[in-house]
Design a protein. Structure first.
Length: 695
């Protein structure tokens, strides 16, 4: 008889809205995980995994895993290390931190640097934050991905644009706006596909003919950074034709008439066509289909927003503007209608308990993580950054203005600690390199920003080598620093219990429940949070006109703000660098994660540049030719892919590659800028003018 091996329930920890349930099969004899599959009983992810996580054991047992603490022995950037003990590594870090705290620069000369390498509540942000708050380190504003969109939503709605994603099967007009849903939100794409089988029409608005755009019923190739103008042009048509839900506007919105006056006087379809690169007919048709979705298609319209449309100078106001549209049409009334950016705000985890912000010394400065280049070069107010502690991130690859980030990391006087599973591009510059566990080697608690289920990830195998989870590293550091045991002598399970507060959404949900499998938040099926208004704004209504913005000295109404580097508003810059470069993710990678896994890297193929035949011909570039992409900040090499996935004037290079795997040792971020978005202080990766030439 074949012996059945035990299984353990786990969760994909990576920066993806789907937060898939996993089932791991473990061989008790060896203690190794021998199989990993999707959890077929998960109500949202249904057992299907993306190509990255389906091969997750290749990552766990990768021969390149960092398994022991190490100390640098070569020059910074060479990546040469020697093994040391955990005790020596922790003592070295603590001694350096004590020296800095006692110097004239003080503890704010230490900068923690982390983001979403893991989305688990404990490993993303718990004892790490407590430690750095207690120490008095500079605070990190974690802005690199989502803050502009979050801030834009908050202006209009008072929270994120969110619905019950499972109810989207009821939508009959689905707009993927700046969202490559089929790749980056595959389980929601399954719902969209099911809605289409029931009669829905799927539209994708994107400058790039992504896999989602290619599979949609209609691709609308808007010019990069002009989404707000398109939304305002749609509003013009809705007001002009009277395709409005007057009852919803009268009872649940403020600022209707000022908004009407603006869009009617300033955003005619003809003007919007000149901004967006679309035709008047395309704008009129989209407005008609969106505004008449109930009549034409028999159900509500849903806008699936994603973070691509906010990564430019006007990104915050663009999201603020787009999420006004469901109020005009009344689609917020309907389960599965309205707009969806993130469900993260539906989870009321007790982050105050996890991170203890009360420990932060008064007057502590905050450094925007997008401004790492400036921080490492001493160009920000406050003391110089003398120590950098990196975990859950790979800034040498993912940060803008890469050349200056790398030169900052090469500083001999900068003490850098990296805690990671692999020797990343950033780890090559570390003074101390610490081994980190993967998700299968530790416990964690997970919400999601793409569904409504809370779940725990149970450790399936013992940590490989001497790897330790984030929480344990900061327990060791706190003990070495002599910090209060009551702050750090707490188990991960106790942290998780504290995060699950007794508020309504978590009522009756125990940690034990989540360890057995996913548990839905206490929200009704088809949850539509704004069906009867009740927006968490100061007015309690959808704020088409925002008094808060007016008091802050900003435009209180939705408007179009062009990108920092827009060819129409910066003809001086466009004369030298006429092409708008976008750098969306390679489907085989997740940001810079999985790049070092051979199967994923081989699937990605190599660094490419997608360019329109017209732009290629003007430069003598043939399909498959080697090209150089450059501006005043830097340049990188790629292989040209000539075709119709982009319009003239736009080029696309999929990322994010580790530098060691590129033709010239840099990636597309050598050309990107550290300029910030209008709201939220976010990164502007898609606000980037370049030139392209044959190599």
């Amino acid at each position: 008889m074949v012996r059945e091996l035990p299984t353990v329930r786990a969760v994909c920890p990576h920066d993806c809205p789907d937060t898939c349930g996993l089932v791991v099969t473990v061989d008790p004899a060896s203690g190794k995980a021998v199989k990993l599959r999707g959890d077929a009983e998960h109500p949202f992810t249904h057992g299907f995994l993306c190509q990255k996580v389906a091969n997750y054991l290749d990552r766990v047992y990768h021969p390149g895993r960092v398994l022991h603490p190490m100390r640098r022995v070569g020059r910074k950037g060479e990546g040469r290390f020697e093994r040391v003990s955990w005790a020596e590594a922790i003592r070295t870090i603590a001694d350096r931190f004590r020296d800095i705290a006692g110097s004239a620069d003080g503890p704010q000369a230490v900068l923690p640097y982390s983001y979403a390498g893991t989305m688990g509540k404990l490993m993303y942000g718990s004892l790490d934050r407590r430690f750095f708050h207690r120490y008095g380190a500079s605070l990190l504003d974690r802005t690199i991905c989502a803050t502009a969109g979050a801030a834009g939503c908050d202006v209009t709605l008072g929270t994120r644009a969110m619905i019950d994603p499972e109810a989207a099967v009821n939508a009959r007009y689905i707009v993927n706006w700046g969202s490559n849903t089929a790749v980056t939100n595959t389980h929601f794409w399954r719902i969209e596909h099911e809605a289409r089988k029931r009669g829905a029409r799927i539209v994708t608005i994107d400058p790039y003919r992504s896999p989602t755009a290619a599979k949609s019923d209609w691709w609308i190739p808007v010019r990069p950074g002009t989404d707000a103008a398109l939304a305002l042009g749609v509003m013009h048509v809705l007001f002009r034709e009277g395709w409005l839900d007057r009852d919803y506007l009268d009872n649940h919105c403020v600022g209707v008439e000022p908004l009407r006056d603006r869009v009617m006087s300033e955003y005619s379809p003809a003007r919007v066509a000149g901004i967006t690169g679309l035709s008047v007919n395309e704008i009129e048709q989209f407005a008609r289909e969106y505004g008449w979705a109930q009549n034409l298609f028999g159900g509500p319209a849903l806008i699936r927003l994603n973070y691509g449309l906010q990564r430019h100078g006007g990104g915050g106001i663009a999201v603020r503007t787009v999420v006004c549209l469901p109020a005009l049409t009344g689609d917020w009334r309907h389960g599965g209608g309205g707009a969806l950016l993130s469900t993260s705000k539906a989870y009321p985890f007790d982050d105050t308990f996890l991170t203890r912000p009360d420990l932060i010394p008064r007057g502590t400065r905050t450094i925007n993580m997008t401004s790492l280049a400036e921080a490492l070069h001493g160009e920000l107010p406050g003391p110089p950054v003398r120590a950098l502690f990196v975990y859950n991130s790979n800034p040498a690859a993912v940060n803008p203005d890469q050349s200056r980030v790398l030169s900052g990391l090469r500083r001999d006087d900068l003490f850098t600690v990296v805690h990671d599973q692999f020797q990343t591009d950033t780890a090559d510059y570390a003074d101390i390199l610490l081994p980190a566990t993967t998700q299968l080697e530790h416990f964690d608690l997970h919400g999601s920003y793409g569904h409504l289920y809370v779940q725990s990830s149970n450790a399936a195998v013992a940590p490989l080598g001497e790897a330790k989870p984030n929480t344990e590293v900061f327990r060791l550091l706190a003990r070495e620093m002599g910090y209060e045991p009551e702050l750090f002598d707490i188990t991960d399970e106790e942290l998780a219990r504290g995060a699950l507060s007794s508020v309504r959404e978590f009522e009756g949900i125990t940690l034990e429940d989540t360890r057995r499998g996913p548990v839905r938040l206490n929200l009704p099926a088809g949850w539509a949070p704004f069906a009867e208004g009740k927006f968490p704004t100061p007015s309690g209504k959808c704020e088409l006109y925002s008094e808060r913005e007016a008091r802050a000295g900003r435009d209180p109404l939705p408007h179009y703000r062009p990108p920092h580097e827009d060819p129409q508003t910066r003809p001086d810059l466009a004369a030298d660098y006429p092409l708008q470069l976008l750098t969306p993710p390679v489907p085989a990678f997740l940001n810079s994660t999985f790049v070092n896994v051979d199967k994923q890297r081989n699937s990605a193929g190599g660094v490419t540049l997608e360019i329109h035949p017209k732009d290629a011909a003007a430069r003598g570039i043939a399909d498959g030719a080697a090209v150089s992409v450059f501006n005043a900040r830097g340049r990188f090499r790629a292989t040209a892919s000539v075709g119709g996935t982009v319009k003239p004037g736009v080029v696309v290079s999929l990322g994010i590659w580790w530098n060691r795997y590129t033709p010239d040792g840099v990636n597309g971020n050598t050309t990107t800028s550290t300029a910030l978005t209008d709201l939220g202080g976010g990164a502007t990766f898609f606000d980037n003018l370049v030139q392209v030439e044959r190599v």
